[in-house]
Design a protein around this ligand. Structure first.
Ligand code: NI
Length: 136
């Protein structure tokens, strides 16, 4: 269990109200939990801005009847096989597939791969979740 430190911070009242609204609407157990998440989000954002080694989850929806798209998607994944840690494919219905790729590598490389995939003709949805590697 990590050692916890208490701190006291000053906020304008209106900002505290906004914080508390989000603690309730997002179901956080406390203000502390929300503030910890905000700091972790900021650290993740900085890791990406500084082109550090990062993690990402790329979610895709496409129609598998487009054989050209399926070929190009697989080809891109093989060309970046060191960055693609895993891929999960789910057949949503007769037409649509959901594919989730877990990626690890330099931020710019993952951004570039994600952009290449998102730009393939026939991709109906592409969403990249940017994560930081946990600190040791
Ligand atoms: Ni499928």
């Amino acid at each position: 269990m990590e050692k916890m430190v208490r701190l006291c911070i000053s906020l304008p009242e209106a900002l505290l109200e906004e914080l508390d609204k989000r603690v309730i609407s997002k179901g956080y157990a406390s203000r502390s939990e929300l503030v910890r998440d905000l700091i972790r989000d900021l650290l993740a954002q900085e890791s990406w801005e500084e082109d550090k080694e990062v993690l990402a989850v790329l979610s895709l929806i496409y129609d598998h009847h487009d054989k050209e798209l399926v070929y190009r998607l697989l080809d891109l994944q093989h060309r970046h096989h060191l960055s693609v840690l895993s891929s999960t494919h789910l057949h949503l219905d007769h037409h649509h597939c959901l594919e989730v790729l877990i990626l690890r590598g330099r931020a710019q490389e993952l951004e570039s791969l994600s952009t290449s995939i998102a730009g393939l003709r026939g991709i109906k949805l592409s969403k990249l979740s940017r994560l930081a590697l946990p600190e040791l």
